[in-house]
Design a binder for this molecule. Structure first.
Ligand code: PLP
Length: 438
């Protein structure tokens, strides 16, 4: 038994599933996960001394990779001056100024710790600002694990989904009272007609329409041309806030996220993951009049750990690094991500043993084992993506020193520290795995 396996045995006695999130444990790995001891640059090292090229990058939280010298330097310096004060801070103002300067649609920000918390506050704010109760969300989109929006976020058999015009509402968790979700409307994504119908039915009662700019919790599914623009227009027509959840895409796909990439002006955004470069850091941002709803006495948002000083310093350092040299960091992760995606396509073509589609946007990509030419929505994913085969693929890659999360619903990400050599080594390992796989 190796050290990971014995840690898993010990962990199973005292931790639920041996870990602290199902996506790190046996539900995803089918058995013992690899317990990691440290990281450096693009590499992760496990407790058994094995080295991995890391394409997961903490679910996208590490645009600068592991142990970046400037992050190590700023954290070492600042921790010596105190971990957390929960007071007003200069660095809080500085980071907010940077964010407002970078994101034209964001006039004010409020910091939180995790994507889930930021989304919860944003939904409450949308309801408070509009005085409306309904939330329009999309099949396959995830906005954290809060009761009201934990609907239709997991892959299901096609037959369970109902008519695309009226998706069957599937609650993703026990313990959620039905009334918590009574005002949540679920709509098929990437389908203008479905959205127009839903808006005609519910638009005037909707506080917001919330969307991921790129569907990132069913692999990587880009929006159809014009789809998000039409969504924004419909929101304006019906007086609902257009809420773009950039938790995954923020400081990833472009300096200004999906809003920049697709030319959108959302009323409300949420950021997390990459913003904290490995520290818990998230934000709600948007138009000043909407954000004013968070003022004391209106819509409540508290948090002992909001705007933690270490996380603020790290986020500021991350943005300085990524925006230096006219945004060279963003160009680099985009180039590397596109090259890696292209390398997977090349390897799959040469092998020609499995039907594979690779979809990506700049630094994000996912590999689908599917009979389709393209995966365009949640229903394509549910009906046509072989998740068991992807897990087999990812686990075999792990044995060859390549780390990707074994869940096909997630995706891989490039960081500034990846290299052309990493791409080539990953391609070689993939070529071997595709030959070995049944
Ligand atoms: C689009 C989106 N929103 C919100 C969240 C929740 O973020 P967190 O895991 O930090 O709570 C996630 C997490 O994956 C996400 O993908």
């Amino acid at each position: 038994m190796n050290t990971s396996q014995s840690l898993f045995e010990r962990g199973m006695r005292v931790l639920v599933e041996g870990v602290s999130s199902a996506s790190r444990g046996p539900a995803t790995f089918g058995g013992a996960p690899r317990y990691m001891s440290h990281g450096a640059g693009s590499r992760l090292y496990d407790v058994d001394g094995r080295e991995y090229i890391d394409w997961m990058m903490a679910f996208g939280a590490l645009p600068l990779g592991h142990g970046h010298p400037r992050i190590v330097e700023v954290v070492s310096r600042e921790i010596a001056r105190g971990s957390h004060f929960a007071t007003a801070l200069e660095v809080e103002v500085e980071l907010a100024e940077m964010l407002v300067a970078m994101l034209p649609h964001v006039e004010k920000v409020r910091f939180a710790n995790t994507g889930t918390e930021a989304c919860m506050a944003a939904f409450r704010l949308a309801r408070g600002h509009t005085g409306r109760r309904k939330i329009i969300k999309f099949e396959g989109h995830y906005h954290g694990w809060w009761d009201a929006v934990l609907l239709n976020t997991n892959p299901m058999p096609l037959a369970a989904l109902g008519h695309p015009n009226d998706p069957i509402r599937i609650c993703d968790s026990s313990g959620i009272p039905p009334e918590a979700q009574a005002d949540t409307i679920v709509v098929r994504w990437n389908d203008v007609a479905a959205l127009e119908r839903a808006m005609a039915l519910h638009g005037r009662e909707a506080a917001c329409v919330v969307t991921e700019g790129i569907m990132s919790n069913m692999g990587v599914i880009p929006p159809q041309p014009g789809y998000l623009e039409r969504m924004q227009e419909l929101c304006r027509d019906y007086g609902a806030l257009f809420y773009l959840d950039e938790t995954v895409t923020g400081f990833r796909v472009a300096p200004g996220g999906c809003a920049e990439l697709y030319g959108l002006t959302p009323d409300l955004v949420t950021y997390g993951k990459a913003l904290g470069a490995g520290f818990p850091m998230a934000m709600i941002g948007g138009r000043a009049d909407v954000m004013a709803g968070l003022e004391w006495g209106k819509v409540l948002h508290f948090g002992t750990h909001n705007a933690g000083r270490l996380a603020l310093h790290v986020a500021k350092t991350m943005l300085e690094e990524m925006t230096a040299d006219q945004g060279a960091g963003f160009r680099r992760i985009g180039d590397l991500g596109r090259k890696m995606a292209e390398e997977v396509r090349r390897v799959a073509r040469v092998s020609n043993r499995h039907k594979i589609v690779v979809q990506g946007v700049n630094s994000m990509f996912q590999i689908f084992f599917t009979d389709l030419e393209a995966v365009t929505d949640y229903r394509d994913f549910c009906g046509h993506v072989d998740r068991a085969k992807f897990r087999d693929f990812a686990l075999r890659l792990m044995d060859k020193g390549i780390y990707m999360n074994p869940s096909a619903t997630l995706h891989s990400l490039s960081a500034v520290v990846h290299t052309e050599a990493d791409i080539a080594a990953t391609g070689r390992a993939m070529a071997e795995v595709l030959e070995e796989m049944p």
